[in-house]
Design a protein around this ligand. Structure first.
Ligand code: NAP
Ligand code: MG
Length: 404
C-alpha cells in the first residue's frame, strides 16, 4: 500500500520515561511508514519543560488550538522527589492541567474492549465513557478545622449593590470541621455542551448524575443547565440519532453502572468523576487499555492520550538494559483517535480507514492471545506474555496484513 497523504498537520506532544520510549516506536514503526503527515512536534519531556520554564507547554496548547488536533505522550507531573531527580528550577504544574485550562475542555475516558480480558462485571462488553467536570467544587474549596464553640455562616457581598448576604450554617458547641465550595455557570455550560457534542460524535446516550435531592440549589443548577442546553441545542439531533439524555441521582446511577452493559456517556461532577474514572478503569481490566480525550466544548478541538502515566517502574528496567513488557495499546489508540479526528475534519476517508485497521490489529492480537504482561496477569496463570519488542513486532506484521 502506498502512503496515505494527509493535508493538514497534527500536534505531536512528546513526554517522559517508558511512555516516551514507546512513543518513538509507535511513530516510527506504525504511523510514519503508512501515513505522510506533517507532525508539529513539541517536546514536553520534563528536561525541556525545565529548560523552557514550562513555556513549551503553553506553546503546545496554543498549537493544538490552532491546528485542532493534538496527540500527547504521558508526562511526569513533578513532585518534590522529581524536583531533586531532574534538578528542576521549580515544581512545574501538571502539563495536562495547563493544556486543559487553555482549551477549557472536558476529559473523556474510554476503555478499549477486548473479549478475552475479564471484566469485574462480566456483562460490561461495551464501553462506559466517563466525562469529568474538572473545575471547582471541593478542588477549589476552603476547608477549616473548628476548635472552639462559635457560629459558622456563609457570606456573599454583592459587587453591584455592596449588600451583604449572610446565611447561618451551624452553631458549633464543640470542635468540628467545615467547608465552603463553589462552581460557575459558564464552566458547567461548557461541560454540558462538551458532553452532548461528544455523545453525538459517538452516537451514545448521556446521563448526568447529581445529588439534587440534597443540594437543591447547587446540584439542581447542574441539572437545570444540562436540561436547558439539551432542550435548546441538542434535543432534535439526539432524537434523529436515536440517543437520549437523562438526569439521574448519583446513587441510582451507580446501581445502573453495575446493571448495564455500557455504551453510554456518564457526565460526572468533579469528585464523582475523579473516583468513578478510577473505578471504571480497574473494572474494565487494565490502565493499559484506557484512553483519554480532551475535547473543547464546541467539539472542534481534541487532544488524545493514554490514561496511564510514564510507567516509571518499567523505565527503570529499560534503563538497566532489561526487556520490559509495557502495553503500548492505549498510546496507539491515542494516535489512532487523533488521526481519525484529523481525517474527519479533512474528509480523508483513507486516513480514517487506516486508523480503524490499526485499532483492529491491536484488538485482534489481544483476542488471539498475544498480550503484554499486564493483560496476561488478568487473563490467568496459563496465559503467556510478550515483551514490548515482541508485541510491537507482532503488531507491525498484523497491521501489514490488514492493510493489504
Ligand atoms: P503509571 O505510569 O500509570 O504506572 C502505574 C503502574 O501501572 C505501573 O507501574 C504498571 O504496573 C502499570 N501500568 C501503567 N501503564 C501501563 C502500561 N502501559 N503497560 C503495563 N503496565 C502499566 O502511574 P505512576 O507510576 O503513578 O506514575 C508515573 C509517572 O507518570 C508520574 O511521574 C506521574 O506524574 C505521571 N503520570 C502522568 C499522566 C499523564 O501524563 N496523563 C498520568 C498519570 C501519571 P507494574 O509496575 O505493576 O507493572
Ligand atoms: Mg482519581
Amino acid at each position: 500500500m502506498s502512503k496515505i497523504k494527509v493535508k493538514n498537520p497534527i500536534v505531536d506532544i512528546n513526554g517522559d520515561e517508558m511512555a516516551r520510549v514507546i512513543w518513538k516506536r509507535i511513530k516510527e514503526e506504525l504511523i510514519l511508514p503508512n501515513v505522510e503527515i506533517d507532525l508539529l512536534e513539541y517536546d514536553l519531556g520534563l528536561k525541556n519543560r525545565n529548560f523552557t520554564n514550562d513555556y513549551i507547554t503553553i506553546e503546545a496548547a496554543q498549537a493544538i488550538k490552532k491546528n485542532k488536533v493534538g496527540v500527547k505522550c504521558a508526562t511526569i507531573t513533578p513532585d518534590d522527589k522529581r524536583v531533586k531527580e531532574f534538578k528542576l528550577k521549580k515544581k512545574f504544574s501538571s502539563p495536562n492541567g495547563t493544556i486543559r485550562n487553555i482549551l477549557s475542555g472536558t476529559i473523556f475516558r474510554e476503555p478499549i474492549i477486548c473479549k478475552n480480558i475479564p471484566k469485574m462485571i462480566p456483562h460490561w462488553d461495551r464501553p462506559v465513557i466517563i466525562a469529568r467536570h474538572a473545575f471547582g467544587d471541593i478542588y477549589k474549596s476552603k476547608d477549616l478545622i473548628i476548635t472552639e464553640p462559635g457560629e459558622l455562616s456563609l457570606n456573599f457581598k454583592s459587587k453591584q449593590t455592596k449588600k451583604n448576604f449572610k446565611f447561618k450554617i451551624y452553631n458549633f458547641e464543640s470542635p468540628g470541621i467545615a467547608m465552603g465550595m463553589y462552581n460557575i455557570d459558564k464552566s458547567i455550560s461548557d461541560f454540558a455542551t462538551s458532553c452532548f457534542n461528544y455523545a453525538l460524535s459517538k452516537k451514545i446516550s448521556v446521563f448526568l448524575s447529581t445529588k439534587n435531592t440534597i443540594l437543591q440549589n447547587y446540584d439542581e443548577k447542574f441539572k437545570q443547565i444540562f436540561d436547558n442546553i439539551f432542550e435548546k441545542q441538542f434535543k432534535r439531533e439526539f432524537k434523529s440519532q436515536k440517543i437520549s439524555y437523562q438526569h439521574r441521582l448519583i446513587d441510582d446511577m451507580v446501581a445502573c453502572l453495575l446493571k448495564w452493559r455500557g455504551d453510554y456517556l456518564w457526565a460526572c461532577k468533579n469528585y464523582d468523576g475523579d473516583v468513578m474514572s478510577d473505578l471504571v478503569a480497574q473494572g474494565y481490566g487494565s490502565l493499559g487499555l484506557m484512553t483519554s480525550v480532551l475535547q473543547s466544548p464546541d467539539g472542534k478541538i481534541i487532544e488524545t492520550e493514554a490514561a496511564h502515566g510514564t510507567v516509571t517502574n518499567h523505565f527503570r528496567q529499560h534503563q538497566n538494559g532489561d526487556e520490559t513488557s509495557t502495553n503500548p495499546i492505549a498510546s496507539i489508540f491515542a494516535w489512532s483517535k487523533a488521526l481519525w479526528f484529523r481525517g474527519n475534519i479533512d474528509k480523508n476517508k483513507k486516513l480514517q480507514f487506516f486508523t480503524k485497521q490499526l485499532e483492529k490489529a491491536c484488538i485482534e492480537l489481544v483476542e488471539t492471545g498475544y498480550v503484554t504482561k499486564d493483560l496476561a496477569l488478568i487473563i490467568g496463570p496459563e496465559q503467556k506474555w510478550l515483551t514490548t519488542n515482541e508485541f510491537l513486532k507482532k503488531l507491525k506484521e498484523k497491521l501489514k496484513v490488514l492493510l493489504n
